[in-house]
Design a protein around this ligand. Structure first.
Ligand SMILES: [Zn+2]
Length: 179
């Protein structure tokens, strides 16, 4: 396994539509391993192939980081040629991206999705996600069409501004409780 370089905003690679994967070759398996290693090393919850310079419709995600169950928390989804087949509701998500370092943004995403994809063993799978996990899959899926969350965000802010805002919200909340 090896760490790969993460492509950042400004590179044309991140603006292009990726091509389907035709066969799960040893090279694709190696790419999958490298993407997982790169994602974990960078403290991300998902990474798409174009983010490591490969123009293929493939991403990996680890969306259950807050689960109390270790097996669920460490579950990695391998999504080859994914397709979102159903969207329901709307939620406002706070997002960051390994390719847009230093920033956060607010994005409207579906509350619930169904997504199908081929896994690393070549089996077609269909999953249903809601809440945070749904936003992770939508975010990664967009990368395959050359869309960054910063292209569709309602508002962008620096990580510092974001943490200040969170702090202010916490204080407000604490004051409300005290009253
Ligand atoms: Zn991203």
């Amino acid at each position: 396994m090896a760490l790969r370089n993460i492509t950042v905003r400004g590179s044309e690679i991140l603006t292009k539509k990726c091509k389907p994967i035709k066969a799960i070759t040893p090279r694709i398996r190696e790419l999958a391993e490298d993407m997982v290693e790169t994602m974990i090393a960078a403290d991300g919850v998902g990474i798409a192939a174009p983010q490591v310079g490969v123009m293929k419709r493939f991403f990996v995600a680890m969306p259950h980081v807050d689960s109390e169950d270790e097996a669920i928390r460490e579950k990695i989804y391998y999504m080859i040629n994914p397709e979102i087949t159903y969207r329901e509701g709307t939620q406002e998500s706070s997002e960051g991206c390994l390719s847009v370092p230093g920033y956060m943004g607010l994005v409207d995403r579906p509350e619930k999705i169904r997504i199908k994809a081929t896994d690393l063993d070549g089996n077609e799978q269909e999953y249903e996600f809601e809440g945070f996990a749904a936003t992770v899959f939508c975010h990664e899926y967009d990368h395959l069409d050359g869309i960054l969350y910063s292209d569709i965000a309602k508002e962008m802010m620096t990580v510092e501004e974001y943490s200040e805002r969170l702090e202010a919200l916490k204080e407000e909340h604490a004051e409300e409780k005290a009253e």
